[in-house]
Design a protein around this ligand. Structure first.
Ligand code: SF4
Length: 328
């Protein structure tokens, strides 16, 4: 079946992936492969804007790629690669930076947020981040970019940069990417408050062992108003229940919803059930991860092969860009 176009998405190399990564991105990456020609990039250069040391960068890249592959990314049809393996992206970044007003970059709420988070390291790369992101997208002639509602302004900004370039150089060398509005669920961590993330240590790794997973689940915060086993609970405010809705068969979800409200089920039992269902759901992933992980070189080969394919597309785009610029 003919695919609908090309999708691009990138993510920083954060190592072993967690449930938040899976439900918020990877699951969608896997599904998109059925309809689109997918280009997925591990954006190591972006990571350099905030990390203090690169000591773990290679291992984190490997672990992340391994998780993506185990989750169902199909490298024979999807281009999976590392950003820095396609140097054309830095060339395009430089060129696009000349048509991007500095004031707009420093006005972006994301830049201000980054400045707040990295007070001791406000570097030039942080300002240019959206330009590098635009270069990532347009270098591979991407038709669409899957984004949640809060990321929509980034893509709109990328479209503005493309329009500026095409207008200034009277060309159609760069394609304006379209947004593919995607519902990205906010997955809360085991604290039940903040978004799941490694920095807050409130995450559950996909590749954790069943015992480790059980332990993390048992630490999950439930309905804060439910103090005793005999108190009725409210599943509507309980993160464990939100997770049940994703990983537990519908009839059990219904039972929990009903019984929790009348103290018919306790949180310990409820969490045990969730841990069991989660472990069961993750079984095939973990088996594939173990299998693929037996030959790490194959993972690197996949990434190198992906970069080769990505460079071919990138070089075509850059040939058009250089021609439009009339560089001597
Ligand atoms: Fe949450 Fe389950 Fe406890 Fe109800 S019984 S508060 S759904 S953990």
């Amino acid at each position: 079946m003919a695919k609908k176009g090309r999708v691009f998405s990138g993510a920083r190399p954060t190592g072993r992936q967690h449930l938040g990564n899976y439900l918020g991105a990877i699951k969608n990456y896997v599904a998109l492969q059925d309809d689109y020609d997918c280009v997925y990039c591990i954006v190591d250069l972006h990571a350099l804007t905030t990390i203090e040391t690169t000591a773990d960068l290679k291992q984190n890249t490997y672990e992340m790629a391994l998780d993506w592959l185990a989750a169902g990314i199909r490298p024979e049809e999807t281009t999976l690669f590392i950003q820095s393996h396609v140097p054309q992206v830095t060339e395009l970044h430089t060129i696009l930076s000349m048509v991007t007003p500095l004031g707009k970059l420093t006005d972006l709420p994301t830049f201000k947020e980054k400045v707040r988070q990295n007070e001791s390291n406000i570097n030039y790369g942080l300002v240019g981040y959206p330009v590098l992101m635009t270069a990532d997208i347009v270098l591979y002639r991407s038709d669409v970019v899957p984004v949640g509602i809060d990321q929509a302004p980034h893509i709109e900004f990328a479209r503005e940069i493309v329009r500026s370039f095409n207008y200034r150089y009277n060309t159609k060398a760069l394609l304006e990417p379209q947004m593919k509005n995607t519902e990205i669920p906010k997955v809360l961590g085991i604290d039940g408050k903040e978004k799941m993330g490694k920095s807050l240590n409130n995450h559950i790794e996909l590749a954790a062992t069943p015992d480790e997973t059980r332990l993390r689940v048992m630490q999950m915060v439930t309905d804060p108003q439910r103090m005793r086993r005999t108190d009725p609970g409210n599943p509507d405010v309980c993160n464990v229940f939100s997770m049940h809705k994703i990983f537990t068969p519908a009839e059990d979800v219904e039972m929990i919803n009903r019984e929790c409200r009348v103290a018919g089920i306790g949180c310990v039992d409820c969490k045990k059930r969730f841990a069991e269902n989660l472990n069961k759901s993750l079984e095939p992933f973990r088996a594939r991860r173990e299998e693929i992980g037996k030959t790490p070189n194959d993972v690197w080969d996949i990434l190198h092969d992906g970069a080769k394919r990505a460079r071919t597309i990138a070089e075509k785009t850059m040939a058009d860009v250089r021609e439009a610029l009339q560089l001597p």
